[in-house]
Design a protein around this ligand. Structure first.
Ligand code: PL4
Length: 403
């Protein structure tokens, strides 16, 4: 019989979010009267805004006409959308239109990016981090053996209060990869310009590539904080950036994102990563949905950008409410100001125990920090995605029932 992919066999636990959904279902079945509120998964809740919605509807309608119909498009995305992404998001970074590859979302591209470097790649992640970086590395066979609390082939770079949630760059692997997320999921920490400058310098020094996940960049309100790694001189020689329309315009279900691969980025052999990424996109990807791309185009018109800012401010308003509730409880936390997540510390306690207590007492779903890596133990991630009335009710329950 055919053998199972050893990468699959090497995955240790179920994927974090389905596991949370399973525990929520179990709790709901045992407590049918409970009105459960989710501050768990980072999933958008607010309807599409008017201008973006009109762009989608108009795009779909166009497909129903002889003149406006289009089938397969360029795998790299609509030229107009690539141009607009470069102009709107990379004004400070001089990214060429053909360095922008439109995708069906950041998570999908993080998976496909692993094909560039394969099983030999030495991988480093911030600890805690979005689970796809580690699990994706396991799938391609780059993670090595499981060692009880992590994989032997993954360099876990602790990010905690003691180091300002920024890793010790002396630990970066040489000639390898580092996944770096800012604003960070799950901690909500945002790297400063000085920190990203140090990261770029360290990566260049040891010949490593930074996969920079900027999925939450538009939540940055502080103008001194960089939204893209390409704002940092030297990043074009050492970085790839993934990004997403999911959170800023509510496209979690519509699916649209992009990846920037600069032409200066080279392998040890001297070949360009850009050419290989183009090859991968044309080989195992058939382009993002054309309707989704029409929506993305609308989102990057002035009216769409204004709506995007309002949506983000709405979720940041939720984050402020959650921060106030945690403060009232005397729980220390970071994040939630330039990011949609709050990272709350419950010293001396196991994350899954705190998750269970909050679910039992408050009927609120959260995300246990340990699901994001060994350094997440003792923490809970609160997501600010939710209807305002639900977030207010969740905060009320937290304050009343956890005191
Ligand atoms: C649950 C740092 C959420 N089933 O929507 P995409 O694919 O463009 O972006 C996914 C993504 C990429 N990068 C980071 C992210 O945090 C996310 C989304 N993360 C979360 O709660 O952590 C949704 C997770 C989803 C998943 O596994 O992605």
């Amino acid at each position: 019989m055919i053998k199972r992919n050893t990468g699959l066999a090497n995955l240790k636990a179920g994927y974090l979010f389905p596991e949370i959904a399973r525990r929520r279902r179990e709790f709901a079945a045992a407590n049918p009267g409970a009105k459960i509120i989710s501050l768990g998964i980072g999933n958008t809740t607010e309807p599409l805004t008017a201008h973006v919605d009109a762009g989608l509807v108009e795009g779909a309608r166009r497909l129903g006409t002889e003149k406006g119909y289009s089938g397969y498009g360029d795998e790299q995305g609509l030229t107009a959308l690539r141009e607009r992404i470069a102009a709107v998001f990379y004004a400070k970074a001089a990214i060429a239109d053909d360095e922008v590859f439109v995708s069906d979302g950041a998570k999908c591209d993080i998976g496909r990016l692993q094909l560039l470097f394969g099983r030999e790649a030495k991988v480093a992640v911030q600890d805690p981090s979005y689970p796809v970086y580690v699990d994706g590395s396991v799938l391609v066979g780059a993670a090595g053996a499981w060692q009880g609390s992590g994989y032997a082939g993954i360099q876990y770079l602790p990010c905690n209060a003691a180091n300002g949630y920024f890793p010790d760059l002396a630990q970066l692997p040489a000639d390898g990869l580092i996944y770096f997320c800012s604003p960070n999921n799950p901690t909500g920490a945002v790297a400063t310009r000085a920190q990203l400058t140090a990261l770029v310098a360290a990566a260049r020094k040891v010949g490593s590539v930074v996969i920079f996940d900027a999925a939450y960049a538009e939540f940055i309100k502080d103008p001194s904080l960089p939204k893209s790694i390409f704002e940092i001189p030297g990043a074009r020689e050492c970085a790839i950036e993934v990004n997403s329309f999911s959170k800023p315009i509510g496209f979690t279900g519509v699916r649209l994102g992009w990846t920037v691969v600069p032409k200066e980025l080279k392998y040890a052999s001297g070949e360009t990563v850009w050419a290989d990424w183009n090859r991968i996109c044309t080989t195992v990807f058939n382009g993002a949905s054309n309707v989704a791309q029409y929506g993305g185009l609308a989102a990057l018109e002035p009216a769409g950008i204004a709506e995007m800012r309002a949506t983000i401010d709405f979720y940041l308003g939720n984050a402020a409410l959650i921060r106030t509730a945690l403060k009232t409880l005397g729980v220390s936390c970071i994040g939630g100001d330039n990011a949609p997540y709050l990272w709350a510390h419950f010293p001396g306690r196991a994350s899954w125990d705190v998750f269970a207590e909050i679910l039992q007492k408050c009927h609120v779903v959260t995300t246990p920090g340990s699901g994001f890596g060994p350094a997440g133990e003792g923490f809970i991630r609160f997501s600010s995605f939710g209807h305002r009335a639900d977030v207010e009710e969740a905060c009320k329950r937290l304050v009343e029932r956890l005191r």
